[in-house]
Design a protein around this ligand. Structure first.
Ligand code: IMP
Ligand code: MG
Length: 180
């Protein structure tokens, strides 16, 4: 698996430090709120698992799964709900937990759908952000790292469902996906 990685972009330690920092900030900001963390499957599970343990106020969690990518590395623009929330989020302060904010299409679709369910608020927390690739206007109140426009994997992020279990975030060798 590691032979497919061109270089390590973010080490385990760098990620962990950032997650703790974001968790502290969220704990302060949501102290008197009705927080629910909504993890967008599958990419954000690793981030979610670490982030929720860095938050020290009461909160609930739920999961939503949408698909927009297929097996390629560019967004298809077509977003489909594969698994919806179990909890009725009316009156909740929703914090969407994402692995990476790229074109913004996925999150803008999810925000549209969830705002129709009368939550108290909706905000975005993303570990990674590729701001120069944005196609629709989505802003992450909590954002871990800006990353260059390269395809990254690890810490939950996949290429064709692989590499999610890498403990760090790395840039995939272009040869891995260009010869498909
Ligand atoms: P968006 O709709 O273009 O913002 O796409 C967001 C989703 O695309 C993320 O949740 C990821 O699953 C996927 N994605 C975007 N860029 C990358 C990348 O560099 N590596 C792995 N997945 C990515
Ligand atoms: Mg993905």
């Amino acid at each position: 698996m590691t032979q497919d990685i061109q270089r390590v972009l973010l080490s385990q330690q760098e990620i962990q430090d950032k997650v703790v920092q974001i968790g502290k900030q969220i704990s302060e900001d949501y102290r008197d709120k009705n927080l629910i963390l909504v993890s967008i499957l599958k990419g954000s599970v690793v981030f979610m698992a670490d982030l929720m343990r860095a938050i020290d106020i009461p909160c609930e969690i739920d999961f939503m799964c949408v698909s927009s990518y297929g097996r390629g590395t560019k967004t298809s623009g077509v977003v489909q709900i594969i698994k919806d929330l179990n909890i009725n989020v009316e009156g909740y302060d929703i914090l969407l937990v994402e692995d990476i904010l790229d074109s913004g299409m996925t999150l803008s679709y999810i925000i549209d759908i969830l705002s129709q369910r009368n939550p108290n608020s909706i905000r975005v927390c993303t570990l990674l952000d590729k701001p120069e690739r944005r196609k629709v206007d989505v802003h992450a109140v909590y954002s871990g790292f800006h990353v260059p426009d390269e395809f990254v994997v690890g810490y939950g992020l996949d290429y064709a469902e692989k590499y999610r279990n890498l403990p760090y975030i790395g840039v995939l060798k272009p040869s891995v996906y260009s010869n498909r």
